[in-house]
Design a protein around this ligand. Sequence first.
Ligand code: PLP
Length: 365
Amino acid sequence: MDVYPYQCPDWAKCLSPTPTHRLKLANERTPIHRWELSGIPAGFELSIKRDDMTGCLLSGNKVRKLDFLLAEALKQKCRHVITCGDVHSNHCRATVVAARRLGLTPHLILRDDVHKTSVRGCSGNEFFTRLCGPNIYRVPLGSPYSSVSKPMMEKVAKEIKKESGDDSYIIPVAGGSSFPGVFGLISTFEEMISQGLLDNYDDLVFPCSSGCTAAGMGISNYLTGSNIRCHAINVTEIPKSNFLQHINQTIVDMGLPDRVKADNIVDIIEGHQGKGYNISTQEELDFLSSVAVTTGIMLDPTYSGKAALGMVRELNNNQHRFKGNRILFLHTGGVFGMYNVQLDTKTTAETRDEVKLCKYLIPYN
Ligand SMILES: *Cc1c(COP(=O)(O)O)cnc(C)c1O
């Protein structure tokens, strides 16, 4: 795998530090096309940026971050990569696949049901993660990052060093919001500019869970003249104030003056997390299947589905939030999350009429 020198766009050169190298794991220049999503009020035009097409097993926004994170790992001559997440994490799956491509040994601190002794029949992200054979250290579901996963990653790195003398590269939760992962989002923004973002759109909408995408999009938009408005739809129960604080910290960490405030560069929209992170309501599942049926776009239940539904609701109920009527939705990937839901085949057999098609997804159990 080749490492390439990173050409930072002129407008981002004031950030510090800036990466010197990057990888090209992500397929770049993913398409932007019109999206005839139903429920969008008259007068609005919606398009979609297909970052679900940055790859197959390496797709979505996580591979954008890995292009910079793993370049740093190689530069530091690390032979191991350590990261953490939930058992169904897109980030863990993408990291393990990318590490194997690069010949690095992956280690995961995985939040899982620690009482479960068998993993037979695992699917989705967990399936692909395990297929790549990482070293897995399980911690209980819901374990906090700062007091459990983070110290454990450091401990694993120390043990590896002691046993083999090898260095490890630690990737923070979800790829982290600051150097160098955030440059993955800065380069996504740069790519969208080359595709007409600043001339053809007024508003950019995307999901928000760790805040990395929100930080990257907000900072890029600020640096290029705040031509559009960025809307980050919170898909978790984490309060907005935490994201603002986190993005403000990123702003300072990246060398921008602290008069630049998160609140002014990104609109964090609350109220669309439904029953909470990674839990689906029937309304959300019906939305996913109707979007598939009517537009051929597969969203995911954890991120893009909640965000797209939130966007439809906001366009109907809070139009004043939007700068204009040309809206671009950033599809951040996550298709393997679809294995957390299943088709209700019983319903399918009983009701074959079109109207009922939207009821077919149900939670997996
Ligand atoms: C991680 C993830 C997000 C959230 O992005 P953040 O940068 O963590 O806020 C959105 N969509 C998908 C598919 C993801 O995997």
